[in-house]
Design a protein. Structure first.
Length: 273
């Protein structure tokens, strides 16, 4: 892809890469959210990507986002869950996936929430705080948000050039989508309505303190190695069974053809397992 991946721009040191402007970042978040909305509800069957992260968000010549690598994807009914061993990337897996191994639209939304926070902050999925502690980006960002220090979340590479209202809204949408309790996460349609200021009441107010649950007593996402050691049913973190080279354009670029490619990738995956 002409402009590589979102990962390479947020975290990479490639020569010639300038920091993404806020305008481009906000558009990428919209592209990604709109694409997930389509994959989850805009077609006959629901497509669960299961590995949403900046490295799988490719950028074309106009910096429009395209979701790639459907090697772990599953096509399911809109009310079905993907039942399997744990698939995905550490830092982007929802707590309930680590507990049950089941992926859902809501767990995909969690991954989107993590990426949204990364777009705002330029941070990796785990952040080293001032006390040299390793914290998940959701806990880190929620703490600063609750203290009213939104500006401390913003990527310093933006040099203060951003639209404050959009930053606050994307931060809030990211935190809502990455809520540790899946029942508290918004539908992607509501998240996108809020992100684009179409419905200011689409999302409930966020609590000021990070909400804990069974998965977060020792941090939002404990070490995957520890979880896998303790689990009697999961023996190893699954790597992609299939390395799909298909790139799925988001709704501004022929989504029907995109879904066909996603289904083809999933079909090939199922024939290999």
């Amino acid at each position: 892809m002409e402009n590589d991946s979102l990962d390479s721009h947020l975290f990479g040191q490639e020569p010639g890469h300038q920091p993404l402007t806020w305008e481009i970042r906000f558009r990428i978040a919209n592209d990604l959210g709109s694409g997930l909305l389509y994959l989850h509800g805009g077609c006959t069957e629901c497509v669960l990507h299961r590995d949403i992260k900046p490295a799988n968000v490719l950028l074309d010549s106009r910096f429009r986002a395209k979701l790639s690598d459907f090697g772990l994807a599953r096509v399911v009914g809109h009310d079905d869950r993907s039942q399997s061993l744990i698939y995905g990337s550490e830092g982007y897996l929802a707590p309930e996936v680590l507990e049950t191994g089941k992926s859902t639209k809501s767990s995909n939304d969690f991954s989107f929430g993590v990426v949204a926070l990364q777009i705002v902050s330029g941070k990796s999925a785990y952040v080293i705080n001032n006390s040299a502690q390793r914290r998940h980006i959701v806990e880190w960002a929620w703490g600063l948000y609750g203290e009213g220090h939104v500006e401390a979340v913003v990527d310093p590479k933006l040099n203060g050039v951003f639209v404050e209202e959009q930053v606050c809204r994307l931060l809030e949408v990211g935190l809502h989508c990455a809520h540790p309790d899946p029942s508290r996460r918004p539908r992607m349609k509501d998240a996108m309505d809020a992100l684009n200021f179409r419905d200011p009441l689409a999302l409930a107010p966020l609590p000021l303190q990070y909400p804990t649950n069974r998965s977060s007593q020792a941090g939002l996402l404990p070490s995957l190695s520890r979880i896998l050691e303790e689990s009697p049913t999961v023996s190893s973190l699954q790597q992609p069974v299939l390395s799909s080279s298909g790139v799925v354009p988001l709704p501004h670029d022929q989504p029907v053809a995109s879904i066909a490619r996603a289904r083809a990738a999933v079909s090939r995956l199922h024939r290999t397992v």
